[in-house]
Design a protein around this ligand. Structure first.
Ligand SMILES: [Zn+2]
Length: 377
């Protein structure tokens, strides 16, 4: 069967990796790890069709309407914030973006502008409650935003890069494997057996699975990145058939923006070459800010995405069904289900109690329990 690749979002895969750029005499600006990740994602085309940080028109349109100025769906602002002193120094100039380790990119400043944080909270996060981690982060943004295209120079130092791949690389790999129908799985947790069974159910009708854990700043109590990576490496090695599953890490921060972030997660996976994405109950949510199925319903309003969402009911092991099943199929009372909440699982791990093999593979439990410090502070 011949290989047919899905179009990137907006039709063109962006590549802003540059060579032979003159960086002499440029204004230098240190950026944090999170912004450095965004710069790299822009340059690699993970955020296609974006070629840089958003200028005011795109920013306003994304916040107000969930679309770029040209009408293409886009739900999360990709922005770079600077303080007032910097804002005055970099108007309409080329700026060298640096990390503590190297020069990573040139930003061709097109526009420096002010913006309304409250609008971001109301329209993207749908709340201005400071307990929401995305709202809190928004409140800490500096006073000005800078828009302009990126030219990428050199990848920064980063310890967790073993599985970091560009859309060019993942698309080449899908082609090599002959996969046409590829299901993305977004995660920020080590796998429960129920996740594994859901993924394998998706594999019945699709060619391959793209497990794409999100690596980056998370909230207190979330699992650390190295646990998520190690546990998926182990799971794929021991429990997946050859050539059915690819693992790559996505280096961007969780926003916890629920429905709006579900769309953003889908767009990034389309750019990686996936045709489908599993969207769970309360996808990218936190606390009780979003209704459980809003992240699924929102896809009705974003019809120009080529990637298609797959919605699954909750999976679990049922002692009467004698199998892993789900809330749609199993008629039995929840007393017969082997299920544990995230909070309870955390407590068990803290107390070094190994969860049942129907909850978590013993090899995965061991990785977590042996870790000296498994949770984000
Ligand atoms: Zn049952």
């Amino acid at each position: 069967m011949s290989h047919v690749a899905i179009e990137p979002h907006g039709g063109k895969l962006i590549n802003r990796i540059s060579k032979n750029v003159d960086i002499k005499d440029l204004f230098q600006l240190q950026i944090n790890h999170e912004l450095a990740n965004d710069v790299e994602n822009i340059s690699d085309g993970v955020f296609s069709p974006l070629e840089g940080f958003m200028c005011k028109h795109d920013f306003e349109s994304v916040v107000q309407h969930g679309a770029l100025e040209n009408g293409l769906s886009w739900t999360i602002p990709i922005i770079m914030d600077v303080d007032e002193t910097t804002a005055k120094q970099i108007q309409k100039s080329d700026v060298l973006l640096k990390t503590p380790y190297n020069n990573i990119a040139i930003l061709h400043v097109d526009e420096v502008y002010t913006y309304d944080k409250k609008q971001i909270m109301d329209k993207i996060y749908l709340t201005n409650d400071m307990h929401h981690p995305g709202v809190q982060k928004t409140s800490l943004l500096k006073k000005f935003l800078v828009g302009g295209k990126i030219d990428y120079l050199e990848r920064p130092y980063d310890t967790n890069r073993a599985h970091r791949k560009t859309p060019i690389e993942t698309r080449a790999q899908f082609k090599k494997l002959g996969w046409n129908s590829i299901v993305a799985f977004q995660t920020r947790n080590p796998p429960h057996v129920a996740h594994e069974m859901m993924q394998k159910t998706a594999l019945v009708n699709h060619d391959g699975l793209f497990i794409n854990p999100l690596i980056g700043k998370k909230k207190t109590g979330d699992f650390k990145d190295d646990i998520i990576i190690k546990s998926y490496e182990t799971l794929i090695d021991l429990y997946y058939s050859n050539n059915t599953c690819e693992l790559a890490t996505l280096h961007t921060d969780m926003k916890y923006a629920g429905p709006k972030e579900a769309i953003h997660h889908a767009i990034m996976r389309q750019n990686y070459g996936c045709t489908h994405i599993i969207i769970g109950r309360d996808h990218a949510g936190v606390g009780n800010y979003y209704k459980p199925f809003t992240a699924q319903q929102i896809f009705d309003y974003y019809q120009d995405l080529k990637i298609k969402p797959i919605f699954f009911p909750t999976f679990f092991y049922c002692t009467l069904c004698l199998s892993f099943t789900n809330s749609k199929v199993c008629p039995h009372d929840v007393r017969n289900h082997n299920q544990v909440s995230g909070t309870n699982l955390r407590q068990m791990i803290t107390q070094k109690i190994i969860p049942s093999k129907y909850i978590m593979r013993p090899e995965i439990s061991k990785i977590i329990i042996d870790h000296k410090d498994p949770f984000v502070d």
